[in-house]
Design a protein around this ligand. Structure first.
Ligand code: NAD
Length: 244
């Protein structure tokens, strides 16, 4: 039995994880914590921590996991460059799955986005549009950033320079070296992502729409069962699904 600890269990994702966990054979919920609890007091009870709390606590959670030799699933998004640097260093000590999106459908979208960008080539303008519920705190979504990063890799661009986060005012004509990234917020939308490839005379759009958080929760739980068997390192959901 792989013993899991859920961090952020009172949240939208945390509740989905608690509800879905019993359906995963081989996993046992050892502890669940939220704001006001101390992970240090329960970490000895688990083999793997599943963290869907807040990006502000990921480095502290990863540090504790590394100190205790526990595996980690990072579901939080919105990390700073400094967070990313520190998490990568800690990923040399323990196995982690770090994914901006744990759904099978979105990981298929990642694969399709790379393929489409390669096939369609540089004449197509690239734009990513995402929509989430009104309570989401970070923008653009981690998934939109991953999609834009895939497009940048295929085009051999640096995303920090290529990304155009919304447009406002006299921004001038669109250049071929930009990747538009646009965030829409409202209602209770679980997560919609569209990648647009637009050329003169034709347009391809790849869209994924999540209608239940269970899709992310089940992916993260599957990753938890997988990660405890891996050597130290940082893996993503494509590794878990065998898409690489
Ligand atoms: P939420 O606000 O509903 O829940 C977060 C929970 O974490 C809350 O219960 C909160 O009290 C708790 N929390 C906050 N800070 C904490 C801390 N320091 N220690 C312990 N608990 C703490 O948010 P949500 O919609 O469940 O999303 C949580 C995170 O997961 C966000 O970063 C979101 O972007 C991300 N997310 C990722 C995926 C994915 O597939 N990777 C999918 C959905 C959401």
């Amino acid at each position: 039995m792989t013993k899991i600890i859920i961090n952020g269990y009172k949240g939208r994702m945390g509740q989905a994880l608690v509800a879905c966990a019993p359906q995963h054979r081989g996993l046992e919920l050892a502890a669940k914590i939220d704001v006001g609890d101390d992970l240090a007091t329960v970490i000895g009870q688990g083999d793997v921590v599943i963290d869907f709390s807040s990006h502000t606590t990921t480095v502290a959670v990863a540090t504790l996991c590394a100190q205790h030799g526990k595996a980690l699933i990072i579901g939080t998004t919105g990390h700073t460059d400094t967070d990313v640097f520190e998490i990568r260093a800690l990923g040399k000590k323990i196995p982690m799955v770090w994914a901006s999106n744990f759904s099978t459908g979105v990981n298929t979208l990642f694969w399709l986005t790379r393929k489409a960008a390669e096939i369609l080539g540089p004449d197509f303008d690239l734009e990513v549009v995402e929509m989430h519920h009104r309570l989401k705190k970070d923008a653009p979504s981690g998934t939109a950033k991953s999609l834009a990063e895939i497009l940048a890799q295929v085009r051999k661009l640096h995303l920090n320079q290529a990304a155009r986060h919304g447009r406002h005012g006299i921004v001038g004509e669109r250049t071929p070296s930009e990747i538009g990234v646009h965030s829409i917020r409202g209602g209770d939308v679980v997560g919609d992502h569209t990648v647009i490839f637009a050329n003169t005379g034709e347009r391809v759009e790849l869209t994924h729409k999540a209608s239940s958080r269970d899709t992310f929760a089940n992916g993260a739980l599957r990753a938890a069962g997988w990660v405890v068997k891996q050597a130290p390192g940082i893996y993503d959901m494509q590794d878990v699904l065998g898409l690489k």
